[in-house]
Design a protein around this ligand. Structure first.
Ligand code: COA
Length: 172
């Protein structure tokens, strides 16, 4: 099994839209996502078009695709990007059968390098729902440091919830 992580191409972004739109309400609940806040497929595709037309320094979001033996098996994304300073990451293995096999932790580690290099950041944060075990365990395994648990609305798709705040910092 060979894993690869690289910037997602525009023509690959349907992976993200399909993932959220085909998720069960239980899965969205675990992610802390409010289904009523998901953009329609067309609106979401237009948002991707607009983002990809911008230079990296001006994008509000940046996506990496996770590949296993050249097949897409997941993705991570950054938002709240302050170029050259920090960003917030999200992580997803899209096929349930491939979860809990070590892929997430390895792809997060590979992705950290790409984010730090391309966004020129010093800090990468991640704020999974506090009750969602898999990302919290995965971030710890990938070398993130736990900061705190607090209640917030972590992103535009999310509802008000308890999250754990983790950080990965550039090594001196
Ligand atoms: C979060 C996610 C990307 C992690 O990827 P993964 O491939 O399942 O994680 P790994 O197999 O690399 O597991 C890493 C560690 O977490 C543990 N873990 C992962 N899921 C777990 C679960 N549901 N329960 C208990 N432990 C879990 C693994 O046992 C492993 O532990 P270790 O450090 O002791 O070896 C994946 O589970 C996923 O897509 N989940 C659904 C989407 C989601 O919740 N995303 C988070 C939104 S912020």
């Amino acid at each position: 099994m060979e894993l690869d992580v690289r910037p997602m191409r525009l023509e690959e972004t349907s992976l993200v839209i399909d993932y959220f739109h085909s998720s069960t309400s239980e899965h969205l609940e675990m992610l802390g996502v409010d289904p009523t806040r998901l953009p329609s497929r067309d609106a979401w595709a237009s948002m991707f078009d607009a983002q990809y037309a911008l230079p990296l320094e001006e994008r509000r979001a940046f996506f990496l695709i996770w590949l296993m033996d050249s097949h897409p098996i997941g993705f991570s994304s950054c938002d709240k990007i302050v170029f050259g300073v920090q960003a917030n990451m999200h992580l997803h293995v899209t096929q349930p059968a491939l979860r809990q096999r070590g892929i997430g932790a390895q792809c997060v580690r590979l992705g950290v390098d790409v984010y730090f290099r391309m966004l020129q950041i010093d800090q990468l944060f991640c704020e999974p729902n506090a009750f969602n075990v898999s990302p919290n365990r995965t971030l710890q395994r990938a070398g993130f440091r736990y900061l705190k648990t607090h209640i917030t609305v972590p992103g535009p798709l999310n509802f008000h919830q308890a999250v754990n705040r983790w950080v990965y910092e550039r090594q001196a």
